[in-house]
Write a protein that binds this ligand. Structure first.
Ligand code: DLL
Length: 439
């Protein structure tokens, strides 16, 4: 698919000096808004910051990080900086603790959010003549509504199917002929699988491209999605605490996701020390919102590991780009002392012909030693009852995982279509050590 380059607004192309000046002005406003939140008021007092009197962007670094635990301790809406009557919408991210983390938007925030989504969708090819099928869940999750309003802001048409009921999803793709699909990457693969099961000719669909996000995925996963759905696949990133989708997204060059720096300041830190890493080095992303009203957030530690690139992009945008997320610092597995991200296992297994992109990593410590079993689903045409063929497949997987992730594991090959599918974010890891209270 040929996509012509189009810039949504001039703030995407500011010089560094212009951008810094804008960020500084907006940071001052944000800090004074944040000063209405009792938590931040106390933090500012403790670190001697007077929001009305900061001198430079680097003053931000004097303020301590905000963590997810801070938001949890102020459940449900303790970080609100506006009157309750000014809330226009509430979303939330599902937490491991059972209670969601709520995030609130004013009318202006909702507007801003639609603009930010429209920007990255435009950068990734969306035009007003397109029809888009949204297969993200609509609900507290920010994916469905966030992208929905972004598409409308572009002027394109939305088919809000929501996640689930995949055969119906395919039928609607066939009947209405959407140009683009929006969902998690793992759900995109599931849609592709059902298209094949339903014996629908992929070329009879009108799909040309897709915007995927909400969970980690690798370049090999992108290749599979593109091949199986016969589309161009774009990556976009965001998190509820910052605004939802719309924090960053890929342009047509697809060399990293442009961070919407006129609305968010990004830092990349060493998760262990909190110190900033050099540009281009991997670290944890930290974001400060610059324009959000209802819940301004200062130096929020995302736990997401990536790197930031400041070199120019051929599309003409001057904003920095973040690489795809390689993992979350709290998803990093330590296996017999070796650090492993689930994305490394994904990268390794997708090198092997015959495996489907469905896998589950199970970690346990049965006899005081960590053991990893990677359950890998096979593609139907490669599934065989010959022991030798299955053993050869296992050996290839072991080899790739050893080379890419530097660990030895057990492989459990499972029958085609036998692993559980999810409509949203796929669960890739079960750590029995955590369940048993060993870690
Ligand atoms: O997942 C927001 C979103 C929805 C982004 C739809 C893009 C598309 P949360 O539910 O709060 O918000 O989860 C945020 O998901 O910290 C990352 O760990 C992960 N994540 C989101 N996008 C990506 C991506 C939404 N493109 C958490 N690549 C984040 C890797 C991603 N991880």
């Amino acid at each position: 698919m040929e996509i012509e380059n189009k810039i949504w607004d001039k703030n995407e192309c500011l010089s560094r000096d212009e951008l810094s000046a804008l960020q500084f002005r907006r940071l001052k406003d944000t800090l004074s808004r944040a000063g209405r939140v009792p938590y931040y008021r106390e933090v500012f007092q403790q670190c001697g910051i007077d929001p009305s009197n900061i001198n430079s962007l680097s003053d931000l670094k004097k303020i301590p990080f905000t963590n997810k635990s801070d938001l949890r301790e102020h459940y449900p809406l303790g970080f609100l900086a506006v009157d309750r009557k000014d809330i226009a919408r509430v979303h939330g991210s599902s937490g491991t603790t059972g209670k969601p983390t709520f995030v609130a938007y004013t009318e202006a925030d909702r507007n801003l959010w639609a603009d930010l989504c429209a920007r990255f969708l435009t950068a990734g090819g969306l035009r007003r003549e397109h029809m888009v099928q949204v297969a993200f869940g609509y609900g507290l999750f920010t994916g469905g509504f966030g992208l929905h309003y972004g598409i409308e802001r572009v002027g394109a048409s939305v088919v809000p199917v929501s996640a689930g009921n995949t055969p119906r999803q395919v039928m609607i793709l066939q009947d209405l002929g959407a140009d683009a699909i929006i969902c998690t990457p793992s759900y995109a693969l599931q849609i592709a699988e059902v298209i094949e099961e339903m014996k629908v000719d992929i070329n009879s669909l009108n799909l040309k491209f897709g915007h995927f996000g909400g969970e980690p995925w690798t370049e090999d996963m992108r290749t599979r999605i593109e091949q199986q759905l016969n589309i161009k696949a774009f990556n976009n990133y965001g998190l509820s605490e910052i605004i939802g989708p719309g924090v960053s997204g890929e342009c047509i060059c697809r060399k990293g996701m442009h961070i919407q720096e006129d609305h968010f300041i990004v830092e990349c830190i060493d998760p262990a020390t909190g110190q900033e890493v050099a540009p281009g080095e991997y670290g944890e992303l930290v974001f400060t919102s610059l324009t959000k009203e209802a819940m301004p957030i200062i130096r929020y530690r995302t736990r997401d590991i990536s790197r930031i690139m400041y070199d120019g992009c051929e599309c003409g945008r001057t904003t920095c780009r973040m690489d795809r997320i390689v993992g979350r610092s709290d998803d990093m597995l330590i296996i017999r002392g070796v650090n492993v991200f689930p994305s490394q296992i994904e990268e390794a297994i997708l090198q092997v012909e015959g495996v489907a992109a469905h896998y589950l990593i199970e970690v346990d410590r049965p006899h005081n030693l960590d053991e990893v079993t990677v359950h890998v689903e096979m593609q139907p045409e490669f599934f065989s009852d010959k022991m030798s063929e299955m053993q050869a497949m296992r050996d290839r997987l072991l080899h790739e995982i050893r080379v890419i992730a530097n660990i030895s594991v057990k492989i459990n090959l499972v029958a085609p279509r036998s692993m559980e599918r999810s409509f949203g974010k796929a669960k890739r890891v079960i750590d029995r050590r955590v369940e048993k209270g060993i870690l």
